[in-house]
Ligand binder design. Structure first.
Ligand code: SF4
Ligand code: SF4
Length: 460
């Protein structure tokens, strides 16, 4: 196997012996770098402040898994709200599939927390303490010294602080900001489980963003493994224009004219996963666009047109949404949105279901003056889907009371906790005379002051 072939066969971050090559990508400036800076800043601010924002009295995003209750942008729902969970997950999954089909690994390069925090925070701290990529590479090779120890200790201290901030913000999405603040102010021994959980997340984040880095994208990320099946020849990706660039400087066969690639390796130097984009689209490429900016800088210097590396597709078509797979994903997203809208608009915060008692349809009795009475037994299922405890009165409407109706229940004021389901038995007594000839009577009761139709049965 030639050296070039063996380089293509092995992972970019490993040397010939399988040891990790520590990647210190070069800094880059340019159009995409500027836009990624803004995008990362906005995403980090959103991540940090979202748990502190309240919509409709609830945390904007709360995923309270132990209590199986969730709040998303004013919508509150519980684990049993299967359709709602299904539609939200379907929209997110299909949205990612659509973005990948159209723009390749745009999520990895622009939106993934792994990239955003490593590129937007951790590498900046590293550069602040250890200097630019040349100094960082030199420092890594240096034998241990007091200065190196000082710089590495300071860097890892700052990494740990940032890891703790991210971890606490992350936990706030699951336990809520108010309980989190209480936990922070209290003795860790009072909340051992939460403390150890937060600590282990902070440690994992610090380890991953500080040390493990691109290995997660290449070895562990499930999306990275299957994203290739979501792409096709018309997917727009970060690509090297081989036709224009080759034969590159230094390997021009006799009789051929050199292409635009001056073989400066700047695109390789800036790559956070250490690959050479000139070898074609690779699984390790996270679409970060650093090589586009890097090559554009070089093209300006050598007075050639920019775009030797650019967002492009194998067919060289511009971004195209009207392909069968993108149309299919879009149609499914629209269907899921319609389903979600229908579910949300028809979903009631508190649901009631009245069922007849299981025993005989009715029983007969008499009042004190000897008039016949018929008693019907009902079961009322109440489900409180809000995040608040409720007191729900069950009554007979005044007009039916005047006709001799009465309602008996062990709980005329039903106390039902947030998210609770409860079954209440109630008995409606009515004069038998009102049913003569039909054996049935449609009437109403008031549940939470709202009329609710029921049918009473009795003798003909
Ligand atoms: S090849 Fe380019 S776009 Fe892909 S990860 Fe490397 S620098 Fe980023
Ligand atoms: S930066 Fe551009 S010119 Fe330099 S090696 Fe990469 S593709 Fe070639």
């Amino acid at each position: 196997m030639t050296k070039e072939n063996s380089d293509l066969e092995k992972l970019s971050m490993l040397d010939e012996k399988g040891h990790r090559i520590r990647i210190n990508p070069a800094e880059v400036t340019g159009f995409f770098r500027r836009h990624r800076n803004w995008t990362q800043a906005v995403l980090i601010v959103i991540f940090l402040i979202l748990p502190w924002i309240k919509i409709g009295g609830h945390q904007a995003i709360l995923l309270d898994i132990p209590n199986r209750r969730f709040a998303i942008l004013g919508l509150t729902f519980w684990a049993h709200d299967g359709p709602l969970v299904f539609f939200i997950l379907a929209i997110l999954t299909l949205g990612l599939a659509l973005a990948t089909a159209v723009l390749g690994r745009v999520w990895c390069g622009w939106g993934c927390p792994q990239t955003v925090f490593i590129d937007g925070v951790f590498r900046r701290i590293e550069a602040l303490i250890e200097g630019n990529y040349i100094k960082r590479r030199a420092l890594d090779k240096e034998p241990i010294s007091s200065l190196k120890l000082f710089k590495k200790t300071l860097k890892w201290t700052l990494f740990s602080i940032v890891g703790a901030i991210i971890s606490h913000s992350f936990i706030a999405y699951f336990v809520g900001t108010e309980p989190l603040l209480k936990m922070i102010q209290s003795d860790p021994r009072e909340n051992w489980v939460a403390f150890l959980f937060t600590f282990s997340i902070a440690a994992t984040i610090t380890f991953d963003f500080g040390w493990f880095r691109e290995q997660f994208c290449i070895i562990m990320c499930p999306y990275g493994r299957f994203q290739s099946v979501l792409m096709d020849d018309r997917t727009v990706n970060v690509m090297y224009d081989e036709k224009r660039g080759e034969p590159r400087k230094g390997s021009v066969p006799q009789g051929q004219t050199q292409g635009d690639c001056v073989n400066c390796l700047r695109c390789v130097n800036v790559c956070p996963t250490g690959i050479d984009i000139r070898n074609g689209t690779q699984m390790e490429c996270i679409g970060c666009t650093a090589c586009i900016d890097a090559c554009d800088e070089i093209m300006i210097k050598v007075k050639k047109p920019k775009g030797l590396i650019s967002y492009s597709s194998l067919t060289k078509e511009p971004i195209n949404f009207t392909r069968p797979r993108t149309l299919l994903y879009s149609a499914l997203i629209i269907l899921a949105l319609i389903g979600l809208t229908y579910f949300v608009s028809t979903r009631k915060p508190i649901t009631y279901q009245v069922l007849r008692g299981k025993e005989a349809p009715y029983t007969l009795s008499q009042n004190s003056t000897g008039d016949g009475l018929v008693i019907n037994h009902f079961r009322l299922n109440i489900h409180n889907q809000t995040f608040e405890d409720k007191d729900i009165p069950i009554e007979t409407p005044p007009e039916w009371k005047d006709k001799g109706f009465s309602l008996a229940t062990p709980e005329s004021l039903v106390k039902i906790r947030a998210g609770e389901s409860k079954m209440i038995h109630f008995f409606v007594t009515s004069p038998t005379s009102l049913m003569k000839g039909t054996g049935r009577l449609d009437t109403q009761i008031l549940i939470d002051r709202q009329p609710f139709g029921i049918t009473l049965l009795g003798p003909l």
